[in-house]
Write a protein that binds this ligand. Sequence first.
Ligand code: ATP
Ligand code: MG
Length: 563
Amino acid sequence: MSSEEITKPKNFIRHIIDADIKSNKHNGVVATRFPPEPNGYLHIGHAKSICLNFGIAQDYNGTCNLRFDDTNPAKEDTEYVEAIKTDVKWLGFDWQDRLYFSSSYFEKLYGYAVELINAGKAYVCDLNAEQTREYRGSLTRPGKNSPNRDRSIEENIELFQKMRAGEFDNGACTLRAKIDMASGNINLRDPAIYRIRKGLSHHQTGDSWAIYPMYDFTHCISDAIEGITHSLCTLEFEDHRPLYDWYLDNISIGCHPQQIEFSRLNLEYTITSKRKLTELVTNGYVEGWDDPRMPTLAGLRRRGFTPASIRDFCDRIGVTKVDNTIEMGVLENAIREDLNENAPRRMAVLDPVKVILENYDADKVEELQAPNHPQQEEMGKRTIYFSKELYIDRADFKEEANRKYKRLVLGAEVRLRNAYVIKAEKVVKNEQGDIIELHCSYDPQTLGKNPEGRKVKGVIHWVSASHALKAEVRLYDRLFSHPTPDTAGEGTSYTDFINPESFKRLETAYVEASLSDAKAGDSFQFEREGYFCRDLGSNTGKNPVFNRTVTLRDTWAKIEQKI
Ligand code: ATP
Ligand code: MG
């Protein structure tokens, strides 16, 4: 990406950075990080954070680290580590040699915890989880000091070593910061620094640790170790900021990044909670993390979203401190605009009915040239085949219709896109009364031009029956039927709102022959039908699989103006 392309409109974070650069706060350096926990796949909300962190680094000539915040071996896995790396790269960002794991700081973190103990600022507490909760108090009630709060430094050091050595059971004790049990901010009421988690193997450190540091302790120190200047996180961490600062102020680390919070992305008709997305996958509501209905980057990629469209979406929604929910249409428009400009046009008949041209020679095949894009001549042309037997879409024919129906009607004419005008002469039905064939005539004088004195308004798409490829077409729609499925109302679950129409498989679609060259992931506009991409899954054979990315904004008004 060139630097002009990535210069973004100013948001409040960029204003803060501008001011910091002006005052030389971090010697003019800008260092950010994107810190996912590898306990699931990245989703569209993460894309906002990635674009923000990497985008700022690019625009301010700074750096952005990819750091795995991996302090909970119970939920993490290398599958997620690899998927996250793939997704960040796909989105168009590069951490270069700055790939880090919080777990590689475990020894340092342990050392800082010992420092806190030696300074009389941390202690080993024997309260169990329930007692700890009770002692913590509430928003209206101050907490109570732990009976172990005044243990001697020597005793604390010894106990902490024993915790590390695996001499205690899970839950037997914790290391806590000694801050203030009466603080109005519950995060400061002697929060846990370390807990015992024996018997779990960590994906990076194996079995070498029996204790694991808590997120709040780990995060600020990891930021400081890496020399992060601006630690951007979502609003739920606002109340944790005093703790972020307390840890850094009370250990001997020479760097104090500034935490700045912004609002999470919420998107209508989907969910962005990793826990719930995991449930959708593990309980089989979707076919996997890359199911094209999922808001994961893997799902969006398989659906046919381009990295550019997602970056563009992230620019459009902006970065603020106000919680809100973005309309799905904003994301859909971003991909439509990209594909409208860049996707080659093709013809595909999703619900075929056969057309037989009675006055066309049975042995004849014409090779016609069709533009790949109506505006972009440089996208060239491809060959389409015209012959006696064609397919058109069932919805494009009616025996009788009023004047608003501008497609094929018995006894009337319609234009076949990129080809001739035809007229429906006769309908052939089976015993059940379903139409199985349409017998038509074609007008040889009408290739690329309207017949003299006759106006043919309707234009429909078609494919040659003997040349078309049989294809499977998967129609995807919004995964949920409710705009905010996870907060839809008392007593409801987001799974109550899974849209039963969100996936429809069409097994007998026909697509034009040129699509045999389409590579997995290639996107097309199927004229009058929408934007589709060739599936990334196993479909290298003769019968391609196409996924619908998004419908056309406007199927009719536009097509009628062109021939
Ligand atoms: P968890 O509940 O597992 O912590 P998380 O959604 O916070 O899930 P992380 O892996 O911790 O996921 O997130 C990595 C980064 O992405 C964090 O800085 C987080 O603030 C940011 N992030 C996560 N979800 C969103 C979202 N919906 N909008 C914007 N940023 C997000
Ligand atoms: Mg998180």
